[in-house]
Design a protein around this ligand. Structure first.
Ligand code: INI
Length: 156
């Protein structure tokens, strides 16, 4: 029996993109910081990290499809924050972002992670953006790194 799993290490040559939404940027900026920190701490080279800003979480899958269509990144970390308001808008935006990111990653077989917060309150978002519940941007970047290494191993 063998167990195959991705390591949390980059060799410094991997080009990775962060797609982040500008909406709720007070929160998303913290997620970007976390993701950048994870990339650098695990061996990534700063010149190999691009940050691409989409208007809102709804548009993240559209930008992702463009990027993956060009095949210029080994992995993409998607970051955003969808926070519930008084109307059903939250449900539509969060559902489309979630489905869109997953479907696009599946279409291209790409190393893509989901670091889009979907919270009922601003407090819950703050807790997950570098305070008491950690930093989901950091975690999402770790997932991309792990997937890249896992896919490498599955190619052989
Ligand atoms: N976009 C977000 O990223 N987060 C939100 O919480 C949000 N809410 O709640 O409205 C949001 N809306 C904008 C949406 O992503 C699109 O940019 C907009 O609908 C234009 O297409």
């Amino acid at each position: 029996m063998q167990t195959i799993q991705g390591a949390l290490t980059l060799n410094g040559n991997e080009k990775i993109a962060i797609i982040a939404s500008r909406f709720n940027h007070f929160i998303v900026d913290r997620l970007i910081e976390g993701a950048k920190d994870a990339f650098l701490r695990h061996g990534g080279a700063e010149e190999n990290l691009d940050i691409i800003l989409a208007p809102g979480a709804y548009e993240i899958p559209f930008v992702l499809a463009r990027l993956l269509g060009k095949d210029s990144y080994m992995g993409v970390c998607c970051l955003g924050a969808v926070i519930r308001g008084a109307t059903p808008h939250f449900d539509f935006v969060s559902a489309e972002a979630t489905k869109g990111i997953a479907n696009t990653a599946l279409k291209y077989g790409a190393a893509v992670s989901f670091g889009v917060l979907t919270t009922d309150t601003i407090e819950q978002a703050i807790e997950r953006a570098g305070t008491k519940a950690g930093n989901k941007g950091f975690e999402a970047m770790c997932s991309v790194i792990e997937l890249i290494d896992l896919y490498r191993q599955l190619e052989v």
